[in-house]
Design a protein around this ligand. Structure first.
Ligand code: HEC
Length: 259
């Protein structure tokens, strides 16, 4: 027993060390907390997009985010997916100026967009985009809610997570503190402020509401076929249940003669 004691003590120390090693990455992660979970209309098997929210979100994108972020996988005509009418889309597109090829002199020319145009990109290329944003590239938002771990909750977290840096936190020039961005320093300045847009339906425009709406819009943009896919899934499961029942009934009928 006496010989065992140092052995046991050694094992205990090794155990503590192992716990310490395992605990270190967890502590490091705690520095960037997981964004709080939101309730989304499109969650779950029967979730669908809240179209009123997606339309308000489109307004937020158009009035705020589109000055820096492209959405190049969308065409204006796709907006029927959030319930806009062809006339509304035509009217909106005609107010946007997009490149229209070359004029008679061979110079690039611009003109009003049509529903068939891709969403306008704010910058002609990535170099120009970086030059205007302190060297950082504002990512295209077409697939952003799918592309980031944490999905809709994370994007909501970023939009609502701007704050003053804690005392002693050293910030690089031109960067902004954000609770949920890995490393806490993001080149995007806080894009949403209370009352920034005016909704036609009178919904209050606090930061949380605008973030919720624009994330609903962006999630639809990344998954325009989501509702159809879920409904198809439900139909397939119903069909399989029905077929299983039928097959069983037929089997019983056929085999009943054997006994
Ligand atoms: C003034 C320009 C500007 C505006 C306006 C702006 N952003 Fe950004 N955004 C940026 C830049 C620059 C980055 C890249 C930040 C980085 O990598 O540090 C970025 C990054 C992001 C990211 C990616 C974060 C990540 O995890 O990489 C998301 C999502 C985003 N913006 C959403 C939005 C939304 C939604 C709006 C509108 C409400 C918006 N942005 C408005 C400049 C802007």
């Amino acid at each position: 027993m006496r010989k065992l004691r140092p052995l046991l003590a050694g094992a205990f120390a090794a155990g503590l060390l192992a716990i310490g090693l395992v605990a270190t990455p967890a502590q490091a992660q705690e520095e960037t907390p997981a964004p709080p979970q939101q309730k989304w209309s499109f969650d779950g098997l029967f979730g669908t997009y809240d179209l009123a929210s997606a339309q308000r979100g489109f307004q937020v994108y158009a009035e705020v985010c589109s000055t820096c972020h492209s959405l190049h996988l969308l065409h204006y005509r796709d907006l029927t997916g959030i319930g806009l009418t062809p006339d509304q889309i035509k009217a909106f597109a005609s107010g946007v100026t997009v490149p229209q090829g070359l004029d008679d002199q061979g110079q690039p020319k611009d003109g009003p967009a049509t529903p068939a145009n891709q969403f306008r990109s704010p910058f002609p290329n990535d170099v120009a985009a970086r030059a205007a944003n302190n060297g950082a590239l504002p990512p295209d938002l077409s697939l952003i809610t799918n592309a980031r771990e944490g999905h809709a909750d994370y994007i909501y977290g970023i939009l609502t997570g701007f704050a003053d840096p804690p005392a002693g936190f050293s910030m690089q020039d031109g960067m902004n503190y954000n609770k949920y961005f890995p490393g806490h320093q993001i080149a995007m300045p806080q894009p949403l402020h209370d009352g920034q847009v005016t909704y036609i339906d009178g919904t209050p425009t606090n930061i949380g509401q605008m973030a919720h709406d624009v994330v609903t819009f962006l999630d639809w943009a990344a998954n325009p076929e989501l509702v159809e896919r879920k409904q198809m899934g439900v139909r397939v499961v119903l069909f399989l249940v029905l077929m299983t029942g039928l097959t069983y009934a037929v089997k019983r009928k056929l085999w009943s003669k054997v006994h």
